[in-house]
Design a protein around this ligand. Structure first.
Ligand SMILES: [Zn+2]
Length: 395
Protein backbone atom coordinates (compact mmCIF):
# COMPACT_ATOMS: atom_id res chain seq x y z
CA UNK A 1 0.00 0.00 0.00
CA UNK A 2 2.87 2.24 0.59
CA UNK A 3 3.71 4.71 -2.06
CA UNK A 4 7.13 5.78 -2.99
CA UNK A 5 8.05 9.36 -3.28
CA UNK A 6 10.60 11.67 -4.56
CA UNK A 7 10.53 14.33 -1.93
CA UNK A 8 13.22 14.20 0.66
CA UNK A 9 12.22 17.00 3.06
CA UNK A 10 10.58 14.96 5.76
CA UNK A 11 11.83 16.32 9.02
CA UNK A 12 9.77 17.66 11.90
CA UNK A 13 9.30 20.51 12.49
CA UNK A 14 8.50 21.49 8.94
CA UNK A 15 11.47 22.07 6.75
CA UNK A 16 10.49 23.93 3.62
CA UNK A 17 12.19 22.74 0.46
CA UNK A 18 14.89 24.99 -0.90
CA UNK A 19 12.78 26.28 -3.74
CA UNK A 20 10.18 27.59 -1.30
CA UNK A 21 12.69 28.76 1.27
CA UNK A 22 14.02 31.21 -1.25
CA UNK A 23 10.67 32.86 -1.78
CA UNK A 24 8.92 32.39 1.55
CA UNK A 25 11.63 32.48 4.13
CA UNK A 26 10.18 35.46 5.94
CA UNK A 27 6.81 33.84 6.57
CA UNK A 28 7.00 30.07 6.44
CA UNK A 29 4.32 29.58 9.10
CA UNK A 30 1.74 31.33 6.98
CA UNK A 31 2.10 28.70 4.26
CA UNK A 32 -0.73 26.79 5.75
CA UNK A 33 -3.03 29.73 5.40
CA UNK A 34 -1.93 31.54 2.34
CA UNK A 35 1.35 30.86 0.55
CA UNK A 36 2.99 33.81 -1.03
CA UNK A 37 2.48 34.00 -4.75
CA UNK A 38 4.89 36.14 -6.77
CA UNK A 39 2.23 36.71 -9.39
CA UNK A 40 3.79 39.78 -10.92
CA UNK A 41 7.11 38.12 -11.28
CA UNK A 42 5.56 35.02 -12.72
CA UNK A 43 3.47 36.98 -15.19
CA UNK A 44 6.44 39.02 -16.29
CA UNK A 45 8.37 35.87 -16.77
CA UNK A 46 5.66 34.07 -18.64
CA UNK A 47 4.39 36.85 -20.82
CA UNK A 48 1.27 34.83 -20.47
CA UNK A 49 -1.04 37.17 -22.38
CA UNK A 50 1.02 36.75 -25.52
CA UNK A 51 0.59 33.02 -25.44
CA UNK A 52 -3.12 32.88 -24.71
CA UNK A 53 -4.81 36.10 -25.79
CA UNK A 54 -8.26 34.70 -25.03
CA UNK A 55 -7.40 34.08 -21.42
CA UNK A 56 -6.00 37.31 -20.11
CA UNK A 57 -6.80 37.92 -16.43
CA UNK A 58 -9.70 40.23 -17.33
CA UNK A 59 -11.32 37.83 -19.74
CA UNK A 60 -10.47 34.67 -17.92
CA UNK A 61 -13.19 32.46 -16.46
CA UNK A 62 -12.67 29.22 -14.60
CA UNK A 63 -16.17 28.12 -15.44
CA UNK A 64 -15.92 27.90 -19.19
CA UNK A 65 -18.43 25.28 -20.10
CA UNK A 66 -19.36 25.58 -23.74
CA UNK A 67 -17.61 23.21 -26.12
CA UNK A 68 -16.77 26.19 -28.30
CA UNK A 69 -14.81 27.75 -25.50
CA UNK A 70 -13.12 24.49 -24.69
CA UNK A 71 -11.89 24.08 -28.26
CA UNK A 72 -10.49 27.57 -28.23
CA UNK A 73 -8.87 26.92 -24.91
CA UNK A 74 -7.07 23.77 -25.98
CA UNK A 75 -6.10 25.28 -29.28
CA UNK A 76 -4.29 28.08 -27.50
CA UNK A 77 -1.90 25.81 -25.65
CA UNK A 78 1.34 24.93 -27.32
CA UNK A 79 2.00 21.31 -26.55
CA UNK A 80 5.66 20.33 -26.12
CA UNK A 81 7.05 17.20 -27.69
CA UNK A 82 6.44 14.10 -25.52
CA UNK A 83 8.64 13.65 -22.43
CA UNK A 84 9.82 17.26 -22.48
CA UNK A 85 11.44 18.18 -19.19
CA UNK A 86 10.98 21.26 -17.06
CA UNK A 87 13.14 21.76 -13.99
CA UNK A 88 11.62 23.72 -11.11
CA UNK A 89 14.83 23.78 -9.10
CA UNK A 90 15.59 27.35 -10.10
CA UNK A 91 12.01 28.59 -9.96
CA UNK A 92 11.03 31.33 -10.56
CA UNK A 93 14.17 31.94 -12.61
CA UNK A 94 13.42 29.26 -15.16
CA UNK A 95 16.21 28.44 -17.58
CA UNK A 96 15.85 30.29 -20.90
CA UNK A 97 15.57 27.08 -22.89
CA UNK A 98 12.72 25.89 -20.66
CA UNK A 99 10.57 29.01 -20.82
CA UNK A 100 8.13 27.61 -23.36
CA UNK A 101 7.66 24.55 -21.14
CA UNK A 102 7.05 26.86 -18.22
CA UNK A 103 4.35 28.67 -20.18
CA UNK A 104 2.78 25.36 -21.11
CA UNK A 105 2.66 24.27 -17.47
CA UNK A 106 1.12 27.58 -16.47
CA UNK A 107 -1.47 27.33 -19.23
CA UNK A 108 -2.67 23.81 -18.53
CA UNK A 109 -2.85 24.38 -14.77
CA UNK A 110 -5.01 27.45 -15.29
CA UNK A 111 -6.99 26.53 -18.36
CA UNK A 112 -7.86 22.86 -18.13
CA UNK A 113 -11.37 22.34 -16.83
CA UNK A 114 -11.54 18.69 -15.78
CA UNK A 115 -8.43 17.62 -13.94
CA UNK A 116 -7.53 14.25 -12.45
CA UNK A 117 -4.65 14.00 -9.97
CA UNK A 118 -2.91 10.80 -8.91
CA UNK A 119 -0.84 11.61 -5.84
CA UNK A 120 1.77 9.84 -3.78
CA UNK A 121 3.70 10.45 -0.58
CA UNK A 122 5.75 13.19 -2.23
CA UNK A 123 2.94 15.70 -1.71
CA UNK A 124 2.92 15.14 2.07
CA UNK A 125 6.58 14.94 3.02
CA UNK A 126 6.64 18.74 3.17
CA UNK A 127 4.11 18.44 6.02
CA UNK A 128 6.52 16.24 7.97
CA UNK A 129 4.94 12.90 7.06
CA UNK A 130 7.68 10.54 5.92
CA UNK A 131 7.26 8.37 2.87
CA UNK A 132 8.01 4.70 2.93
CA UNK A 133 10.81 4.13 0.47
CA UNK A 134 13.19 7.09 0.55
CA UNK A 135 16.71 5.89 1.25
CA UNK A 136 17.48 7.87 4.41
CA UNK A 137 14.27 9.51 5.56
CA UNK A 138 11.75 6.83 4.55
CA UNK A 139 9.86 4.74 7.10
CA UNK A 140 11.36 1.49 5.89
CA UNK A 141 14.85 2.87 6.28
CA UNK A 142 14.17 4.38 9.71
CA UNK A 143 12.48 1.24 11.02
CA UNK A 144 15.16 -0.97 9.48
CA UNK A 145 12.53 -2.98 7.70
CA UNK A 146 10.95 -3.42 4.29
CA UNK A 147 7.43 -3.68 2.98
CA UNK A 148 6.84 -6.79 5.11
CA UNK A 149 5.88 -4.33 7.87
CA UNK A 150 2.83 -3.48 5.77
CA UNK A 151 2.10 -7.05 4.68
CA UNK A 152 -1.03 -8.64 6.12
CA UNK A 153 0.62 -12.07 6.07
CA UNK A 154 3.58 -10.81 8.10
CA UNK A 155 2.42 -8.28 10.67
CA UNK A 156 0.47 -10.79 12.74
CA UNK A 157 2.94 -13.63 12.23
CA UNK A 158 4.68 -12.96 15.55
CA UNK A 159 4.47 -10.55 18.49
CA UNK A 160 7.58 -8.65 17.55
CA UNK A 161 6.20 -7.82 14.08
CA UNK A 162 2.82 -6.83 15.52
CA UNK A 163 4.48 -4.53 18.03
CA UNK A 164 6.53 -2.92 15.26
CA UNK A 165 3.41 -2.49 13.15
CA UNK A 166 1.56 -0.89 16.10
CA UNK A 167 4.40 1.53 16.67
CA UNK A 168 4.43 2.48 13.02
CA UNK A 169 0.67 3.05 13.03
CA UNK A 170 0.76 5.19 16.17
CA UNK A 171 3.66 7.22 14.82
CA UNK A 172 1.99 7.79 11.45
CA UNK A 173 -1.32 8.65 13.10
CA UNK A 174 0.31 11.20 15.37
CA UNK A 175 2.14 12.83 12.46
CA UNK A 176 -0.98 12.83 10.31
CA UNK A 177 -3.35 14.47 12.77
CA UNK A 178 -0.77 17.13 13.65
CA UNK A 179 0.24 17.84 10.05
CA UNK A 180 -0.89 20.97 8.31
CA UNK A 181 -1.84 21.01 4.68
CA UNK A 182 0.91 21.87 2.23
CA UNK A 183 0.87 24.39 -0.62
CA UNK A 184 0.21 21.53 -2.99
CA UNK A 185 -2.83 20.52 -0.95
CA UNK A 186 -3.97 24.12 -1.15
CA UNK A 187 -3.60 23.93 -4.90
CA UNK A 188 -5.93 20.93 -4.90
CA UNK A 189 -8.45 22.82 -2.81
CA UNK A 190 -8.24 25.83 -5.10
CA UNK A 191 -8.86 23.69 -8.18
CA UNK A 192 -11.80 22.05 -6.44
CA UNK A 193 -13.21 25.43 -5.46
CA UNK A 194 -12.98 26.45 -9.11
CA UNK A 195 -14.87 23.23 -10.01
CA UNK A 196 -11.93 22.14 -12.17
CA UNK A 197 -10.75 19.24 -10.04
CA UNK A 198 -12.61 16.13 -11.11
CA UNK A 199 -10.81 13.58 -8.97
CA UNK A 200 -7.86 13.06 -6.63
CA UNK A 201 -6.65 9.51 -6.34
CA UNK A 202 -4.36 9.50 -3.35
CA UNK A 203 -2.08 6.71 -2.26
CA UNK A 204 -1.52 8.51 1.02
CA UNK A 205 -3.12 7.29 4.21
CA UNK A 206 -2.53 10.54 6.11
CA UNK A 207 -5.98 11.94 5.24
CA UNK A 208 -4.51 15.41 4.72
CA UNK A 209 -6.87 15.83 1.77
CA UNK A 210 -9.84 15.55 4.12
CA UNK A 211 -8.69 18.82 5.71
CA UNK A 212 -9.43 20.62 2.44
CA UNK A 213 -12.93 22.14 2.57
CA UNK A 214 -13.66 21.64 -1.14
CA UNK A 215 -12.22 18.13 -1.34
CA UNK A 216 -12.91 16.47 2.00
CA UNK A 217 -15.88 14.22 1.18
CA UNK A 218 -14.83 10.55 0.98
CA UNK A 219 -18.13 8.70 1.15
CA UNK A 220 -18.60 6.86 -2.13
CA UNK A 221 -22.11 7.32 -3.45
CA UNK A 222 -22.84 4.46 -5.79
CA UNK A 223 -24.82 6.63 -8.17
CA UNK A 224 -22.81 6.62 -11.38
CA UNK A 225 -21.13 9.93 -11.95
CA UNK A 226 -21.94 11.22 -8.49
CA UNK A 227 -18.66 10.21 -6.97
CA UNK A 228 -16.59 12.13 -4.39
CA UNK A 229 -13.58 14.12 -5.56
CA UNK A 230 -11.31 12.28 -3.15
CA UNK A 231 -10.56 8.59 -3.58
CA UNK A 232 -8.25 7.11 -0.96
CA UNK A 233 -6.71 4.20 -2.84
CA UNK A 234 -5.19 2.67 0.28
CA UNK A 235 -7.60 3.77 3.00
CA UNK A 236 -6.66 6.10 5.82
CA UNK A 237 -5.10 5.96 9.22
CA UNK A 238 -7.56 8.19 11.05
CA UNK A 239 -10.08 5.43 11.66
CA UNK A 240 -10.20 1.78 12.69
CA UNK A 241 -12.48 -0.96 11.43
CA UNK A 242 -13.63 -4.20 13.07
CA UNK A 243 -12.90 -7.31 11.02
CA UNK A 244 -16.16 -8.88 12.21
CA UNK A 245 -18.89 -6.23 12.41
CA UNK A 246 -17.13 -3.68 10.16
CA UNK A 247 -17.86 -0.92 12.64
CA UNK A 248 -15.75 2.18 12.01
CA UNK A 249 -14.36 4.19 14.91
CA UNK A 250 -11.92 7.03 15.28
CA UNK A 251 -8.41 5.66 15.75
CA UNK A 252 -7.48 5.55 19.45
CA UNK A 253 -3.69 5.09 19.78
CA UNK A 254 -4.05 4.33 23.49
CA UNK A 255 -5.66 0.99 22.68
CA UNK A 256 -2.60 -0.27 20.78
CA UNK A 257 0.31 -1.79 22.64
CA UNK A 258 3.63 -0.16 21.90
CA UNK A 259 6.91 0.10 23.80
CA UNK A 260 5.65 3.43 25.17
CA UNK A 261 2.19 2.10 25.94
CA UNK A 262 2.62 -1.42 27.40
CA UNK A 263 -0.92 -1.33 28.81
CA UNK A 264 -2.44 -1.36 25.32
CA UNK A 265 -3.20 -4.59 23.49
CA UNK A 266 -1.23 -6.08 20.65
CA UNK A 267 -4.46 -6.68 18.75
CA UNK A 268 -7.30 -4.67 20.31
CA UNK A 269 -10.80 -6.12 20.33
CA UNK A 270 -13.84 -4.32 18.96
CA UNK A 271 -15.82 -2.44 21.63
CA UNK A 272 -19.07 -2.74 19.68
CA UNK A 273 -18.68 -6.52 19.41
CA UNK A 274 -17.90 -6.73 23.13
CA UNK A 275 -21.01 -4.73 23.97
CA UNK A 276 -23.17 -6.93 21.79
CA UNK A 277 -21.67 -10.01 23.41
CA UNK A 278 -22.54 -8.83 26.90
CA UNK A 279 -26.12 -8.09 25.81
CA UNK A 280 -26.41 -11.54 24.22
CA UNK A 281 -24.96 -13.13 27.35
CA UNK A 282 -27.54 -11.41 29.60
CA UNK A 283 -30.30 -12.48 27.22
CA UNK A 284 -29.03 -16.06 27.37
CA UNK A 285 -28.09 -16.14 23.68
CA UNK A 286 -25.08 -17.99 22.32
CA UNK A 287 -21.81 -16.14 21.78
CA UNK A 288 -21.09 -14.84 18.30
CA UNK A 289 -17.49 -13.87 19.01
CA UNK A 290 -15.66 -10.58 19.18
CA UNK A 291 -13.79 -9.02 16.25
CA UNK A 292 -10.48 -7.18 16.30
CA UNK A 293 -9.66 -3.75 15.02
CA UNK A 294 -6.86 -2.07 13.10
CA UNK A 295 -6.52 1.15 11.12
CA UNK A 296 -8.60 1.30 7.94
CA UNK A 297 -5.62 1.02 5.65
CA UNK A 298 -5.16 -1.52 2.92
CA UNK A 299 -2.11 -3.69 3.40
CA UNK A 300 -0.14 -5.77 0.95
CA UNK A 301 -1.89 -9.09 0.27
CA UNK A 302 -5.21 -7.60 1.25
CA UNK A 303 -8.26 -6.74 -0.80
CA UNK A 304 -9.43 -3.15 -0.38
CA UNK A 305 -12.82 -3.21 1.32
CA UNK A 306 -14.02 -0.53 -1.12
CA UNK A 307 -12.18 -2.06 -4.07
CA UNK A 308 -15.26 -2.60 -6.25
CA UNK A 309 -16.54 0.92 -5.70
CA UNK A 310 -13.11 2.39 -6.48
CA UNK A 311 -12.85 0.27 -9.63
CA UNK A 312 -16.20 1.70 -10.76
CA UNK A 313 -14.89 5.24 -10.32
CA UNK A 314 -11.65 4.48 -12.18
CA UNK A 315 -13.59 2.94 -15.06
CA UNK A 316 -15.92 5.90 -15.13
CA UNK A 317 -13.07 8.42 -15.20
CA UNK A 318 -11.07 6.50 -17.77
CA UNK A 319 -13.99 6.60 -20.20
CA UNK A 320 -14.88 10.21 -19.45
CA UNK A 321 -14.09 12.28 -22.52
CA UNK A 322 -14.15 15.59 -20.68
CA UNK A 323 -11.00 14.88 -18.66
CA UNK A 324 -8.39 17.21 -20.12
CA UNK A 325 -5.47 17.00 -17.70
CA UNK A 326 -3.87 14.17 -15.73
CA UNK A 327 -1.30 15.13 -13.09
CA UNK A 328 0.80 12.30 -11.67
CA UNK A 329 2.60 13.75 -8.68
CA UNK A 330 4.85 12.69 -5.80
CA UNK A 331 4.98 9.05 -6.75
CA UNK A 332 7.37 6.78 -8.59
CA UNK A 333 4.48 4.43 -9.34
CA UNK A 334 5.92 1.43 -7.52
CA UNK A 335 2.47 0.00 -6.83
CA UNK A 336 1.39 -1.94 -9.93
CA UNK A 337 -2.32 -1.10 -9.80
CA UNK A 338 -1.56 2.62 -9.42
CA UNK A 339 0.82 2.49 -12.38
CA UNK A 340 -1.90 0.72 -14.38
CA UNK A 341 -4.46 3.36 -13.39
CA UNK A 342 -2.16 6.12 -14.65
CA UNK A 343 -1.22 4.25 -17.79
CA UNK A 344 -4.85 3.58 -18.74
CA UNK A 345 -5.95 7.12 -17.99
CA UNK A 346 -3.04 8.65 -19.91
CA UNK A 347 -3.79 6.39 -22.85
CA UNK A 348 -7.46 7.36 -22.72
CA UNK A 349 -6.60 11.07 -22.70
CA UNK A 350 -4.54 10.68 -25.84
CA UNK A 351 -6.66 8.38 -27.92
CA UNK A 352 -9.87 8.85 -29.80
CA UNK A 353 -11.11 11.52 -32.11
CA UNK A 354 -11.63 14.26 -29.55
CA UNK A 355 -8.88 13.38 -27.17
CA UNK A 356 -6.42 16.18 -26.70
CA UNK A 357 -5.79 15.76 -23.02
CA UNK A 358 -2.57 16.67 -21.28
CA UNK A 359 -0.51 14.41 -19.05
CA UNK A 360 2.27 15.60 -16.76
CA UNK A 361 4.51 13.72 -14.35
CA UNK A 362 5.77 15.76 -11.38
CA UNK A 363 8.55 14.45 -9.19
CA UNK A 364 11.79 15.65 -7.74
CA UNK A 365 13.62 12.78 -9.31
CA UNK A 366 13.49 11.75 -12.96
CA UNK A 367 11.12 8.93 -13.93
CA UNK A 368 12.65 5.49 -14.18
CA UNK A 369 13.03 3.78 -17.53
CA UNK A 370 10.17 1.51 -16.46
CA UNK A 371 7.91 4.54 -16.06
CA UNK A 372 8.98 5.94 -19.43
CA UNK A 373 8.30 2.57 -21.04
CA UNK A 374 4.89 2.44 -19.38
CA UNK A 375 3.76 5.79 -20.77
CA UNK A 376 5.67 5.65 -24.06
CA UNK A 377 4.89 9.01 -25.66
CA UNK A 378 1.77 9.87 -23.65
CA UNK A 379 3.65 12.07 -21.15
CA UNK A 380 3.50 15.65 -22.37
CA UNK A 381 5.89 16.91 -19.77
CA UNK A 382 8.10 15.67 -16.97
CA UNK A 383 8.34 18.32 -14.28
CA UNK A 384 11.38 17.80 -12.08
CA UNK A 385 11.36 19.60 -8.75
CA UNK A 386 9.31 20.21 -5.66
CA UNK A 387 5.59 19.79 -6.32
CA UNK A 388 4.86 22.47 -3.69
CA UNK A 389 6.10 25.03 -6.21
CA UNK A 390 3.11 24.32 -8.43
CA UNK A 391 0.88 26.38 -6.16
CA UNK A 392 2.58 29.45 -7.54
CA UNK A 393 1.40 28.62 -11.04
CA UNK A 394 -2.28 29.10 -10.21
CA UNK A 395 -3.54 32.62 -10.94
ZN1 LIG B 1 -16.95 -5.48 15.85
Amino acid sequence: MASSTSNSSSTVPLTPPNTLKRKQQHNVESLNVSPLKPKLLLHDLLQYEKLTPTSSPEKKSHKLTSSKNKRKLNGSIRRPIPNSTLSLDCYPMIKPNEKSHNKYLHCILNECQNIVVVAGAGISTYAGIPDFRSKNSGLYSKNKCNKSLMDLNMIYSNESMTLKFNELMVSLYSKSINAKITPFHQLLDKLAEQKRLKRVYTQNIDSLETKLPHVMETQINKTKGNYPILVQLHGNISETRCNKCNNIRKFDPNRLQTSENPKGRLIPSCLECEELESVRSIAGLRSKGVGTIRPTITLYNEVHNKGDAIADIINYDTKLKSIDLLIIVGTMLSIPHVKKLCQNMAHSLKNGRRRKGHVIFVSNEPPTQSILNTFKDTLDMIVIGDCQTLYNYID
